[in-house]
Design a protein around this ligand. Structure first.
Ligand SMILES: [Zn+2]
Length: 494
């Protein structure tokens, strides 16, 4: 038996005007064929696929297709989109006869020329393999699920958690659904309900019993323990997508026509429950100046401030100075840690060298629409490669490379400047920079919710602030023009 596996992963953000290019995929690690098995057997969904397939009673031959992954950012340019599609399909054609296809997808990837990239890919794969070869794919919980995706795939398996701490587990669940189709004769029937609602990410925490999402996760996991259920998920879509078809969705797969009505009923009930709780997702935002002042008043222990509007995990540009301009107003007893994406600043700091002091213009190089640069006397204290292995939110042993990076200090404010975007919340980023994130007075996390997986147990206090950027939590105040209407919270849908 031969099973083809591949990955196409990126969360797009259409408010970010920087296009994602082939260079972004190459920088994140573009691999093909056997390289995928060599490099990703312990990483994320691909690792989940590979480990599960290898553990089957008669392990199949695993045929690697392509691995295209890039950090969340603006839509993919048309040329890159065509290259991705062509190389993926070429690899599939060259793979020869196969018995199934397993794909690790995100579900919210947008290209300049195609607003439903994953639907496009799944449709083309289905056309190539025909109606009988099983096609199973995994999706992020922030996927924008479309009818085209559901029509093309036999089963779509979603993350259950935010922070996304079940990425590899989702790969294993996808492989298990495929195993049941191939060996147990499972016949998937789907129930798909799209909801006219989009919710902020900040309070969609499935790991905190105080949040509505916690109960949803428990329900979905309980359903999947029922042998007749092949997969069940709620996708609270990434909100920063001005595209047609935007909306949250519930998706349930059962085995066999006898369970179709159960799937339909369960899907509809959960969709109604989510709809009725939509206001529970609205976060309480704190003014940036108030949050930083409260951090300063907290003499001992770590304060984490989520600058979710400039969350690089949400596809923002990462060059906001909104929090930095507040941090520099205070003398901090322990380091105050903040990040920036700024390749020009890194190059200038490296040219000047360690120990150099100068008045630097910081920030707002990637998104001058939302941010203002600030000029600040700084000292170069470290220059390093921001390369590390990420585990936790979004990742299980995921190699990260944010390029050459520097640490600049202004008094006790430490500014970690990277050349490329990436997880600008991760403890591993600060540690690679030579800083201890847990010993800081205050740390700015450019992440709306996922950062909690690393800091919730260690922080004395956490604030989510109101700030500018490509990923604001009050996104409905922005003039989206392509979304379907009515759509809550843009419209007060009854
Ligand atoms: Zn996500």
């Amino acid at each position: 038996m031969r099973i083809a596996i591949g990955q196409l992963w990126q969360e797009s953000n259409t408010l970010n005007t920087l296009p994602t290019t082939l260079a972004d995929y190459e920088a994140f690690g573009l691999y093909e064929g056997a390289e995928i098995l060599e490099r990703f057997a312990e990483t994320n969904e691909l690792g989940g696929f590979i480990q599960s397939l290898r553990a089957w009673p008669e392990p199949p031959e695993i045929v690697g297709l392509m691995r295209f992954a890039a950090w969340p950012s603006g839509p993919v340019d048309a040329g890159t989109f065509n290259i991705i599609m062509n190389r993926m399909m070429e690899k599939l054609q060259l793979a020869g006869p196969i018995d199934a296809v397993l794909l690790a997808l995100h579900g919210s990837m947008v290209a300049e020329c195609e607003t439903d990239v994953e639907g496009h890919l799944l449709h083309r794969v289905r056309k190539h393999i025909g109606p009988k070869i099983p096609l199973v794919a995994t999706l992020d919980l922030h996927a924008n699920i479309t009818q085209r995706m559901v029509d093309a795939a036999d089963v779509l398996t979603l993350y259950h958690t935010a922070p996304h701490v079940d990425v590899m587990g989702t790969g294993k669940r996808g492989a298990e659904a495929l195993r049941r189709i191939l060996f147990d004769g499972a016949k998937p029937v789907s129930a798909f309900r799209k909801l006219p609602m989009v919710v902020p990410a900040e309070r969609a925490n499935t790991q905190n019993p105080e949040n509505f999402s916690y109960g949803v996760r428990k329900t979905l996991q309980a359903w999947e323990r029922n042998h007749h259920v092949l997969s069940a998920g709620l996708a609270t879509v990434q909100p920063w997508l001005d595209i047609p078809d935007l909306g949250s969705a519930v998706l349930v797969y059962c085995d066999g026509a006898a369970w179709k009505s159960w799937a339909d009923e369960s899907c509809a009930n959960l969709a109604n429950e989510v709809w009725n709780h939509r206001r529970d997702y609205l976060p309480e935002l704190v003014d940036s100046a108030d949050a930083v002042r409260a951090a300063h008043e907290q003499v001992d222990g770590l304060t984490v401030i989520s600058d979710s509007a400039d969350a690089t995990t949400s596809g923002s540009t990462g060059d906001s100075t909104a929090l930095l301009s507040e941090l520099i107003k205070y003398d901090w007893p322990h380091p105050a840690l903040v990040t920036l994406v700024g390749p020009e600043t890194v190059a200038e700091a490296e040219r000047r060298g360690i120990g150099a002091e100068w008045s630097a213009s910081l920030g707002a190089t990637r998104n001058p629409r939302d941010f203002k640069p600030i000029t600040l006397p700084v000292r170069v204290v470290n220059a390093f490669d921001a390369k590390f292995i990420l585990s936790g939110h979004l990742a299980e042993k995921l190699p990260i490379d944010m390029g050459r990076s520097v640490v600049l200090t202004h008094k006790n404010v430490h500014i970690v400047v990277t050349s490329r975007t990436g997880p600008h919340f991760a403890p591993q980023l600060f540690q690679t920079a030579g800083l201890d994130p847990f010993a800081a007075s205050v740390l700015i996390a450019k992440s709306p919710c996922g950062f909690r997986a690393a800091y919730a147990d260690r922080a004395k206090q956490i604030f989510v602030v109101r700030a500018p950027g490509c990923a604001p939590s009050d996104f409905w105040k922005l003039p989206f023009t392509r979304i379907p209407r009515p759509l809550w919270p843009w419209d007060d849908v009854v």
